[in-house]
Design a protein around this ligand. Structure first.
Ligand SMILES: *Cc1c(COP(=O)(O)O)cnc(C)c1O
Length: 396
């Protein structure tokens, strides 16, 4: 068995390392091919533009859309902001309602909060104990004032897959724009925009082995074009949708990351599901009261979010200095509050604090999974011996 390199990185839902093949594709665009993709007057510019258009086509190919429907941004946060604020701006004062869910990423929740301060009405669909919204709730929530519905494809903490097709179809029946934050889904599960329904979709490179700081917004030509106002004003880049000199190297890298993800999607999905099952089985074989958070089957393969009764997640991670896991979303780390996603699915504060997220990725191995399982088991047992809550749970 190859020797393990420590520490082990198992937090791939926060970010992923850049794949060496992606790095190889990207590097020339910082030096010999440094041109500005908007320079029309010389070969340097044309070369950069060609590279950007090749990348755009690769991203489009992964989600089966037309390259003209992809707008480059700095990442999913910007795409979420552009989608929600952009739609509301065009929709005008009579259509100022947004429908979303409490388990969305902060980029959605905080954009909604800002819109609310500007007079919009934000309606939250509740999620069940598995973290899923009920399409019938959406049907009931839509009014003549609804401008946009935003429900994420895959949740970044608990990995659950929302019933997007049903939700998007309901939106379409009511002629309401449907946006989905697909940052955790693209390249991991099949997404086909040729099926009608999704009008707007946020993507980011750094969750699929590309660099940080580059992403995209998909805008369906027939339904979304003309209904989203640009939020970044300047030179009119990206078809007036997002001004600013393109991050050419980032675009190239994002395109290459999408190409690789698409090529390897089936094998990778099966491999990650196997690793995830192996991890879960090992933990549950040795540890009583170790439960999975989120839907048991409607989920993305690399994610495992578990709670260990009687154990404080923060204490657990402190003891696990050689394995990088997380308590929840990276964007909320530093907060002492338990995860709002776990609270929304009905966990008590104690159970939410006793939960840990494992994010398996392309570079994790079986040996790493076995080591991680062993270390977590050891730490959970040690902490439970010290825990009055565990004593109560056992007695109760
Ligand atoms: C990571 C993530 C984001 C933020 O993406 P950035 O590219 O880092 O801005 C938004 N939504 C979800 C679901 C994410 O997982």
């Amino acid at each position: 068995m190859p020797e393990l390199e420590l520490p082990i990185y198992m937090d791939n839902m926060a970010t992923t390392p850049v794949d060496p093949r992606v790095l190889d594709a990207l590097l020339p665009y910082y030096q010999e091919r440094f041109g500005n993709a908007a320079s029309r007057d010389h070969a340097f510019g044309r070369e950069a533009r060609d590279a950007v258009e090749t990348a755009r086509a690769r991203i489009a190919n992964l989600i089966r859309c037309d390259p003209g429907e992809i707008v480059f941004t700095s990442g999913a946060t910007e795409s979420d902001n552009l989608a929600l604020k952009g739609v509301i701006e065009v929709a005008g004062p009579t259509k100022n309602q947004v429908i979303t869910a409490p388990t969305e990423h902060k980029a959605i929740l905080d954009s909604c909060k800002w819109l609310k301060s500007r007079g919009c009405e934000i309606v939250f669909l509740q999620v069940d104990r598995n973290g899923l919204v009920d399409p019938e709730d959406l049907r009931r929530a839509i009014t003549a004032r609804t401008a946009v519905i935003s429900i994420m494809l895959v949740n970044n903490e608990i990995g659950v897959l929302q019933p997007i097709r049903e939700l998007a179809n309901i939106a379409r029946e009511h002629d309401v724009l449907f946006h989905t934050d697909a940052a955790q889904a693209v390249g991991k599960i099949e997404i086909d925009t040729r099926e009608p329904g999704i009008d707007l979709m946020s993507l980011t490179a750094h969750k699929i082995y590309g660099p940080k700081g580059i992403g995209a917004l998909y805008l369906r030509r027939e339904t979304a074009r003309g209904r989203v106002a640009e939020q970044m004003h300047g030179g009119g880049h990206e078809g007036q949708m997002r001004s600013g000199t393109l991050n050419v190297a980032g675009c190239v890298a994002f395109g290459e990351a999408c190409r690789l993800a698409g090529e390897e999607i089936n094998e990778e999905r099966a491999r990650l599901a196997r690793l995830r099952d192996r991890l879960q089985t090992a933990l549950q074989r040795e540890l009583p009261a170790a439960h999975v958070n989120g839907h048991p089957s409607s989920r993305v393969p690399g994610n495992l979010n578990m709670r260990f009764t009687g154990v404080d997640g923060e204490a657990l991670l402190t003891g696990l200095h050689d394995v990088a896991l997380s308590l929840g979303a990276a964007c909320n780390s530093g907060a002492i509050e338990p995860s709002y996603v776990l609270k929304a699915i009905g966990l008590t504060n104690d159970d939410a604090r006793g939960s840990v997220r494992f994010g398996l990725g392309r570079f994790n191995t079986e040996a790493e999974v076995d080591y991680t399982a062993g270390r977590v088991i050891e730490e959970v047992k040690r902490l439970r011996e010290l825990s009055p809550r565990w004593d109560d749970a056992v007695k109760g």
